[in-house]
Write a protein that binds this ligand. Structure first.
Ligand code: PMP
Length: 470
C-alpha cells in the first residue's frame, strides 16, 4: 500500500462520515464518538485507567462514547456493563442469533474440547457446513471457499474475478467499505479521495434516491443510476485495466442504508457482464437473513457470480468465506493455490453450521421482515411528528433514519445524530450512525429483535427527539 493509501483507523472513521461533507467544519459523528478526550470527560477513574492502558498498548484503538461502554456480558438481545446496567442492542449484527446463544456456545465448546485443526485432514464438519451453505444459494453457486474475515473473502473474490475475466479493474460505489487488505482497502472508496485511487478502481454514485442525483418520484430510477456504470466501465477499458468485477453491498451500509430501485442490480449486472466482468455480491452486511430474505441479492432478482460472506456467519466467531460456481473455482485452482491456516477448522464450521441451523429453524429472516414492517410503521409516525427525520429507509432489519436540519435543503443534522447516539446509551439503547455525512441513525440489531424491542426503541427515540426539539 502506498503512503497515500495507508489509512489509519481514525482516518477511516472520519472518511466514513465526512467524505464529500457539505459541512466539514463540524466534527463528524463517528469521529466525534471515537476521538473523545477521555482524560477530560471520563469521571470514573477505574474506567479511565482501563482506557489509558488500552491506549498505551492497543493499536488502532477506537472507542465509542464519551463514557465508553464497558460491556461484560451478553444474552440474547441484551448487553450488560460492568456496573450491571442493561442495554438493548440495536447495533450489533455480528451476534446474529443473539448474544451467547446456548446452542452456539455448546457447539463451540464441545468441538473445542475434541479437536481443532486445519482442513488438510478429512473432517465431517467442514463438508457438512459447505453442503448446507451451498443449499441456501441459487443453483450453480455450489462451491464454498472459507476465510476468517470478510476482507479476506472479498480479496479472494477479486482474485477469482481477475483470473476468470483476465481483467484487473473493479467498479464499486462511492463511499464503499469492503475491507482492510491492501487490494480491498483500495476498493473501499470511503478510505480515499477520488483523485487518489489506483486506476483499476472506478467508483459510481450509489442509488441514493433521497439526496442523490436522481430522486424518488422520478421515472426510471433504476436505469438512471445503473447507467452511471457506463462511464466507469469506459474509464477502466480506456486505461487498459478492463472490468474484472463489480462489487457491491446490497444494503449500502456506508452510504447510509439505501434501498436501491428494484431493477438497479439487474441492469448493472448486465452491463458488467457485457464488459467481461463478474458480479460480486458483498453479503458481509446483508447476508444470513437480515434483509428479510436469506441473501440481500434475492431482493433484486439477480444471481451473482460470487457471493462473499462474513460478520453474522459465526455469530461472533471469526468465520467468513465465499460461494461461487464450480467453473470459477476450477479456473482459480488451475492457476493459483489457496490455503488459509484457520479457515474451515472444525470449531469454526461447527459454529457456522449451528448459526445457519438456528437462522433456518427459528425463521429469523421472516422475523426480520415482520419486525421491520412494524418498526417502519412506527418510524413513519415519528417522521411525521419530528421534522428532524428527513427519511426512513432500508431493507429488512437494516434501517437508516436520516436526520436533516431542513427538509428542503436536506442539510445533514450530524450533530443531532451524535447527541442521539450518545444519549440513547444513557437511555439503555446501543445504536450507531453511518452515511457520508454521519447523519443517518443505523438500526442493525441481532436478528432476534422483537416487536417489543422495537417499541422500546421507538419510545426512547421519540423522547430524545422531543427533547432535542424543545
Ligand atoms: N464488507 C462489508 C460490506 C463490511 O461492512 C465489512 C466490515 N465492516 C467488510 C466487508 C469487511 O469484513 P471484516 O471486518 O470481517 O474483514
Amino acid at each position: 500500500m502506498s503512503t497515500e493509501h495507508a489509512i489509519t483507523n481514525r482516518t477511516l472513521i472520519e472518511r466514513l462520515s465526512m467524505s464529500n461533507s457539505q459541512d466539514s467544519n463540524q466534527k463528524p459523528l463517528v469521529a466525534a464518538l471515537a476521538s473523545q478526550n477521555h482524560a477530560e470527560t471520563l469521571k470514573d477513574s477505574e474506567a479511565l485507567e482501563l482506557v489509558q492502558r488500552r491506549h498505551a498498548h492497543l493499536g488502532g484503538s477506537i472507542l465509542f462514547y464519551k463514557e465508553p461502554a464497558h460491556i461484560v456480558k451478553g444474552e440474547g438481545i441484551w448487553l450488560y456493563d460492568n456496573k450491571g446496567n442493561k442495554y438493548l442492542d440495536c447495533y450489533n449484527n455480528v451476534a446474529s442469533v443473539g448474544h451467547c446463544h446456548p446452542r452456539v456456545v455448546e457447539a463451540l465448546s464441545t468441538q473445542a474440547a475434541q479437536l481443532n485443526t486445519h482442513t488438510r485432514y478429512l473432517h465431517e464438519s467442514v463438508v457438512t457446513y459447505c453442503e448446507n451453505l451451498a443449499a441456501t444459494m441459487p443453483d450453480g453457486l455450489d462451491v464454498v471457499m472459507l476465510t476468517c474475515t470478510g476482507s479476506e473473502a472479498n480479496d479472494l473474490a477479486m482474485q477469482l474475478a481477475r483470473m476468470m475475466s483476465g481483467n484487473q479493474g473493479a467498479v464499486v460505489m462511492e463511499n464503499s467499505y469492503h475491507g482492510n487488505t491492501t487490494l480491498i482497502a483500495s476498493l473501499s472508496t470511503c478510505l480515499s479521495a477520488a483523485d487518489n485511487r489506483p486506476d483499476y478502481v472506478a467508483a459510481i454514485e450509489p442509488p441514493n434516491t433521497y439526496r442523490g442525483p436522481f430522486r424518488a418520484g422520478e421515472a426510471n430510477l433504476g436505469q438512471k443510476y445503473a447507467d452511471l456504470a457506463d462511464e466507469a466501465i469506459a474509464v477502466l477499458q480506456a486505461s487498459g485495466q478492463g472490468v474484472a468485477a463489480f462489487m457491491c453491498d446490497a444494503v449500502f451500509d456506508t452510504q447510509g442504508s439505501l434501498e436501491a430501485p428494484k431493477d438497479y442490480f439487474q441492469q448493472v449486472y448486465a452491463k458488467i457482464r457485457a464488459a467481461g466482468g463478474l458480479c460480486i455480491a458483498d453479503e458481509v452486511q446483508a447476508g444470513f437473513g437480515r434483509t428479510g430474505k436469506m441473501w440481500g441479492f434475492e431482493n433484486f432478482d439477480v444471481v451473482p457470480d460470487i457471493v462473499t460472506l462474513g460478520k453474522p456467519m459465526g455469530a461472533g466467531h471469526p468465520i467468513a468465506g465465499l460461494v461461487t460456481s464450480r467453473a470459477i473455482a476450477d479456473r482459480f485452482a488451475e492457476q493459483a493455490f489457496y490455503f488459509n491456516t484457520f479457515s474451515g477448522n472444525p470449531v469454526s464450521t461447527k459454529v457456522g453450521d449451528t448459526v445457519l441451523a438456528i437462522i433456518q429453524q427459528q425463521q429469523l429472516a421472516q422475523n426480520c421482515a415482520d419486525v421491520a414492517l412494524h418498526l417502519r410503521t412506527e418510524l413513519a409516525k415519528l417522521q411525521h411528528k419530528h421534522p428532524l427525520i428527513g427519511d426512513v429507509r432500508g431493507l429488512g432489519m437494516f434501517i437508516g433514519i436520516e436526520l436533516v436540519r431542513d427538509r428542503d435543503s436536506l442539510e445533514p443534522a450530524r450533530e443531532a445524530a451524535l447527541i442521539i447516539a450518545e444519549q440513547m446509551k444513557a437511555e439503555g439503547i446501543l445504536i450507531g450512525a453511518t452515511g457520508r455525512y454521519g447523519n443517518v441513525i443505523k438500526v442493525r440489531p441481532p436478528l432476534v429483535f422483537s416487536k417489543d424491542n422495537a417499541d422500546l426503541l421507538i419510545e426512547k427515540l421519540d423522547k430524545l427527539l422531543s427533547e432535542l426539539a424543545s
